[in-house]
Design a protein around this ligand. Structure first.
Ligand SMILES: [Zn+2]
Length: 519
């Protein structure tokens, strides 16, 4: 049955419901007890067959290069290409919004467009209890060359950027209860899949017009997502000042040439003043001399566009928290991208590109050591690997023989402005037992030895100082302090191992050793 599932997976388009169902089932079956594997695989083979046959009633073709609607109930991550959209102002009554849009495309002799996007108010994203207040609504054009961007009465036509979402298929009438339940399932999924983080309020893709009977209606509830980087950039933000509140919450504008970033050009990233989400990279900042910071591109998925209440401009808000940023203008010819995000300095905080430094520690099985360093504020990455041996490019199997001289080690890349080497080294001596020679707990062999591989003299001095501190407290420390030799990252499946296998017990538990003397 494994063979059959693998064969079917190979025959499916890689970005299809069937492929998603089969690859999940194969993974589940591999880790399931043998007597359950058959049931898992046969159910999913049946579902995959359904997914291939699945289609819905569409009143008009989908926009170009759009993914197909998903099987009801199936949760999957999807990518949508850029699209042109006609929006009506947030806050209107839903049927009236729909009729306004419908009239817009009819007057302009554009065929019925589908699907329709319904967005939830940004406040609703923060508090699921308020989810029943639908916000803006948009018709999506089939092609980006239909109609033109601009403002037409109460309808704004915008060019929207590509977006990645986690999505669930929903069958039946468009009711708030049904949408709310689906959004709750997506939130649970996001909690269990921490490699994705939400990047905006939920939206509904309604594939059919309200004119179709409910049993033919089909929709998807979606939450925009971004891959969650290992780097924690979302530091807690200070409370907003009154002036910042006026701009970010009440959609105010700062006076030109007064903000702190209009004439600010330094490498780094500009994050949201309210929530800390990354919005713009310094490479996309350009000089427009309009008196406000100008960018010609946003971090993908970080900025949401919506018609401004003035009925003319396109407002931009932080996709994560809905905070007001400014407005976006097209066709001014400032840069080849021909887009200007005109943003209030007060809505932004500049974070300079971090300095980086490295440290290498060996303290037994690298899974547990990596896991601890991964969680430290200021650590940009922690990589499991091999250090201190005499064979080039060793494999795990070779290192396990204990004959290559390598120790299982972890390379930590950190921002020295946010965390010091000494702090990392202190942590190192507390998450493993530095008094055990050539082993940690049940793992025995020179590859599990305790070692600090220093990269400069200062690191060496700090390591030696900490070791003498511990000896003074009665610990018979056997940790090797040696210059770092070449570090070889371990095979991919070792990286982030404990995050991927939370059921695996860790051999590394933090014991405070510096604070109190040994008993
Ligand atoms: Zn924000």
């Amino acid at each position: 049955m494994f063979e059959e599932a693998r064969r079917q997976l190979g025959a499916s388009a890689s970005d299809s419901d069937a492929a998603v169902i089969l690859s999940r089932a194969l993974k589940d079956a591999e880790s399931a007890p043998p007597d359950q594997r058959k049931a898992i695989l046969s159910t999913s083979l049946k579902q995959a067959r359904q997914a291939r046959r699945f289609s819905i009633t569409l009143e008009s073709p989908l926009p170009d290069n759009w993914p197909k609607p998903s099987l009801p109930g199936l949760i999957r991550v999807k990518s949508y290409p850029p699209v042109r959209a006609a929006w009506v102002r947030p806050g209107g009554q839903r049927n009236r919004q729909f009729m306004t849009l419908f009239r817009h495309i009819k007057d302009r002799k554009i065929a019925m467009t589908a699907p329709v996007v319904m967005e939830y108010a940004s406040e609703a994203a923060a508090s699921p209890a308020k989810m029943d207040s639908p916000d803006a609504m948009a018709f999506l054009y089939r092609r980006t060359d239909q109609d033109e961007a601009g403002k037409f009465g109460s309808v704004g036509v915008t060019n929207d950027v590509p977006v990645q979402v986690v999505s669930i298929g929903v069958k039946g009438a468009y009711t708030e209860g049904r949408f709310r339940k689906a959004a709750a399932k997506l939130r649970d999924w996001l909690k269990a899949n921490s490699q994705w983080r939400p990047a905006g309020p939920p939206r509904v893709l309604a594939y059919n017009s309200p004119f179709l009977p409910f049993w033919m209606k089909y929709s998807e509830v979606q939450i925009p997502v971004c891959p969650a980087g290992k780097e924690r950039t979302n530091q807690p933000m200070a409370p907003l000042t009154d002036e910042e509140k006026r701009i970010i919450l009440q959609k105010g504008t700062e006076r030109p040439f007064t903000g702190k970033y209009w004439n600010h050009f330094a490498p780094g990233v500009y994050v949201c003043r309210q929530c800390g989400a990354q919005l713009y990279r310094s490479e996309s900042k350009f000089r427009s001399d309009c008196g406000w910071p100008s960018f010609d591109a946003e971090v993908p998925g970080a900025v949401r566009r919506q018609p401004d209440a003035d009925g003319v401009r396109t407002e931009i808000v932080c996709a994560a928290c809905g905070g007001h940023l400014g407005h976006v203008f097209e066709g001014e010819g400032f840069t080849p991208r021909n887009v200007r995000h005109c943003v209030n300095s007060a809505s932004l905080v500049h974070r300079p590109t971090p300095k980086t430094a490295k440290a290498i520690f060996a303290g037994g099985c690298f899974w547990g050591v990596e896991h601890h360093f991964q969680k430290v504020q200021g650590v940009l990455s922690a990589t499991s690997g091999y250090c201190g041996g005499h064979v080039a490019n060793p494999t795990y199997e070779q290192v396990c023989t204990g004959k290559t001289g390598h120790a299982e080690a972890v390379r930590v890349v950190f921002d020295p402005d946010r965390v010091s080497y000494e702090k990392l080294a202190r942590l190192f001596f507390e998450i493993h037992d530095p008094t055990q020679r050539n082993g940690q707990g049940p793992d025995v062999g020179t590859q599990y030895r305790s070692a600090v591989f220093y990269l400069d003299n200062k690191q060496k001095q700090i390591a030696e100082k900490l070791i003498s501190e511990l000896r003074a407290k009665g610990y018979d420390v056997v940790t090797q302090v040696a210059p770092a030799s070449e570090f070889y990252p371990a095979e991919k499946y070792h990286q982030g191992y404990l995050d991927k296998h939370p059921e695996q017990p860790t051999c590394h538990v933090r014991v405070p050793r510096f604070d109190k003397p040994k008993k």
